[in-house]
Design a protein around this ligand. Structure first.
Ligand code: PEP
Ligand code: MN
Length: 334
């Protein structure tokens, strides 16, 4: 349920109202927007008398929210959420690009890619230290050593780092990581989401291989219900009958999520297509459709990459993609 307050509502009366609602066992999510202040009520609202609320001097209107996601719902928080890490921002008109190798392989590889993507305009460095691979015989990542290398690359370039956690037992290694990624395969690892909800750092939540947008938002809700409101959503393609691409990029997720939620939406055209040649067109399309950012895999030597070389751009291809994306941004749908 949401309670929209009148613009001139007195602070004292609003405090009284909030106290009364909390007394009914409800959690209140207050959102002071540019045009109005909204109280989002989370919990069992069945005992709330809507007519009595409506009658209060400070209340403009009261609405029941049908959707099961509350904190993530745009009705609770009409303004876009902006996620800031140092100088980098994503959301609310700030376009942020996360780029780097699929996996961290060595100091030389990571630092050279980091310098190149920074030069081309990326605002975050990505790199997998813990890799979810389909085959147990494939490269599994440098694990703790990979995180150390990411921190070194951050020191060299100043780029904040984004890397994936696969299990809560790894969490102690993520203390200095700027943005923790939850991969597609872990989107519904609810115990992990709850724990990440207790942190004070942004979480990049990737859409599950066969998850609906509502399920994605319910996973975001797990994180937000714990108090952590800093969630970035990532559309990375879904599993369909098509085999020409690794996944099917659901571009319509961008305008659909835009209506459903205030959280920033990032698109990963690398995992969505699985082919380097398709990354640029899909990056342009995502930017034009109103995405708040991109996540793109870049490797200094894609032919010899230990993971996902076929979908990785060279630094030159990445720089060209950035130019093309920047050219469409002024015309993007918002
Ligand atoms: C990744 O970004 O490294 C990754 C494994 O992606 P996804 O979880 O979307 O498959
Ligand atoms: Mn990858």
């Amino acid at each position: 349920m949401i309670v929209v307050l009148k613009q001139n509502a007195s602070e004292l009366k609003v405090e009284e109202l909030m106290k009364r609602l909390r007394g009914m066992g409800l959690d209140i999510h207050q959102s002071r927007g540019t045009h109005s202040t909204i109280l989002g009520l989370v919990g069992d609202t069945s005992a709330v008398d809507i007519d009595a609320l409506h009658a209060l001097e400070v209340v403009e209107t009261v609405k029941r929210i049908q959707e099961p996601y509350k904190n993530a719902n745009r009705k609770f928080h009409p303004d876009d959420t902006v996620i800031s890490v140092g100088d980098a921002k994503i959301g609310g008109g700030h376009f942020g690009v996360i780029a780097g190798p699929c996996s961290v392989e060595s100091r030389e590889q990571l630092c050279s890619v980091a310098a190149d993507v920074k030069k081309a305009g990326a605002s975050f460095l990505r790199g997998g230290a813990f890799k979810p691979r389909t085959s147990p015989y494939a490269f599994q990542g440098l694990r703790g050593e990979g995180i150390k290398l990411l921190l070194e690359a951050k020191k060299e370039t100043g780029l904040p780092i984004v890397t994936e956690i696969m299990d809560l037992s790894q969490l102690f290694l993520f203390e200095d990581v700027d943005v923790i990624q939850v991969g597609a395969r872990n989107m519904q690892n609810f115990e992990m989401l709850k724990e990440l909800g207790r942190l004070h750092k942004p979480i990049l939540l990737k859409r599950g291989l066969s998850s609906t947008l509502q399920e994605l938002l319910m996973s975001a809700e797990y994180i937000m219900a714990g108090g952590n409101q800093q969630v970035i959503l990532c559309e990375r393609g879904i599993r369909t009958f098509e085999t020409a691409t690794r996944n099917t990029l659901d571009l319509s997720a961008i305008p659909a999520l835009r209506q459903m939620t205030h959280l920033p939406i990032v698109v990963d055209p690398s995992h969505a297509t699985g082919h380097a040649s398709m990354v640029k067109p899909m990056a342009i399309a995502a930017a034009a459709a109103g995405a708040d950012g991109l996540m793109i895999e870049v490797h200094n030597d894609p032919a010899h990459a230990l993971c996902d070389g076929q979908q990785s751009l060279t630094p030159e291809q990445f720089a060209e993609t950035m130019q093309a994306v920047n050219a469409v941004l002024p015309f993007a749908c918002r």
